[in-house]
Ligand binder design. Structure first.
Ligand code: HEC
Ligand code: HEC
Length: 255
């Protein structure tokens, strides 16, 4: 298996070394503490490695029946695929992200998975994201469904700027207007989606972008969209358009 390993990741610019107006182009990885950054670089202590290993196991091999391998061959065939999600599904007439696709495919395999945050889904998501490491997102409109795709993107953009919750704050107010500011134990990043899925120390688990977005709704005490809802997929689409040109640098660690 010659997927790019995490230790070959380019040296990241660090948030504290940048002028404030440069911060908006930085990945969440640039906001890691020195300790977490060191852990991320050290393959022997980085928990992400275990998840990648589990992902490779689940993918399966030519010797095993009804695995991902049986239909898709070597995981190399999935190189670059993660960069295209969320994409518009014509049959479903809605956006699907990578975890949705993995979950749907798991129903075709010998090992059905229980939901979007099933550790097996996340392990496979980590593996497939690693296969797109360094590539920019390429979320694009489906030629047959241009209008629907554009509407979904617009909804995501609206959601990003809409005030919500008991704190009456929008995503923009934190992630555009207060980047670099301390908020409790966190430094606010521009909320780029490049580092997902994330192993978050406070969760003691890998988590998807779906879960992270729900945590932000919870943070401002707004009604939390249900897992897998189109609202979250529309936001994900918007965030990936907003991060255009930035390389995928996940899976990664978070506080
Ligand atoms: C009150 C401030 C606040 C609001 C409002 C808020 N967030 Fe966050 N968000 C945070 C903090 C703090 C973190 C953790 C540190 C970081 O990565 O910015 C975070 C993390 C994130 C991350 C993870 C970035 C990474 O690389 O790990 C994403 C994506 C994100 N937010 C998106 C959103 C979206 C979309 C909204 C609106 C629905 C939103 N946030 C609303 C404070 C906020
Ligand atoms: C029985 C055959 C079968 C099995 C087993 C299977 N898949 Fe799939 N997979 C498909 C088909 C068919 C598609 C085309 C899209 C669709 O119909 O969902 C697909 C599409 C995909 C895609 C999207 C590729 C792209 O270019 O966007 C991903 C990712 C994927 N599968 C992952 C997996 C994973 C992970 C597993 C193991 C848990 C798996 N698949 C098991 C049949 C299978």
């Amino acid at each position: 298996m010659v997927l790019v390993s995490l230790c070959t990741m380019p040296m990241l610019p660090r948030a504290q070394d940048q002028a404030p107006n440069q911060l908006s182009h930085l990945s969440g990885n640039a906001f890691l503490s020195a300790d977490l950054l060191a852990m991320q670089k050290d393959t022997s202590s980085n928990p992400v490695q275990l998840w990648l290993e589990q992902g490779r196991k689940l993918w399966g091999s030519a010797q095993q029946a009804a695995t991902c391998f049986e239909c898709h061959g070597d995981v190399q065939s999935m190189k670059g695929v993660a960069a295209h999600y969320p994409r518009w599904s014509q049959p479903k007439q809605q956006l699907v992200n990578l975890e949705d696709q993995i979950l749907a495919c798991a129903q075709r395999s010998a090992k059905p998975m229980k939901g979007l945050e099933d550790p097996d889904v996340l392990a496979l998501s980590a593996l497939l994201h690693q296969g797109s490491l360094g590539q920019p997102f390429q979320v694009t409109v489906t030629p047959t469904d241009k209008v629907q795709w554009q509407a979904a993107l617009n909804k995501g953009a609206d959601q990003f700027t809409m005030r919500m919750g008991r704190m009456n704050l929008s995503c923009t107010q934190c992630h555009d207007l207060n980047i670099g500011k301390q908020m409790r134990a966190d430094v606010i990043s521009p909320a780029h989606p490049t580092g997902f899925p994330i192993f978050k120390m406070s969760w003691q688990s890998m988590g998807s972008i779906d879960r992270r977005l729900r945590a932000c709704y919870s943070g401002v005490q707004a009604e939390i969209p249900s897992p897998g809802s189109q609202e979250l997929r529309q936001l994900e689409l918007f965030l990936k358009m907003r991060a255009q040109g930035m390389p995928i640098d996940g899976p990664s660690l978070r506080r």
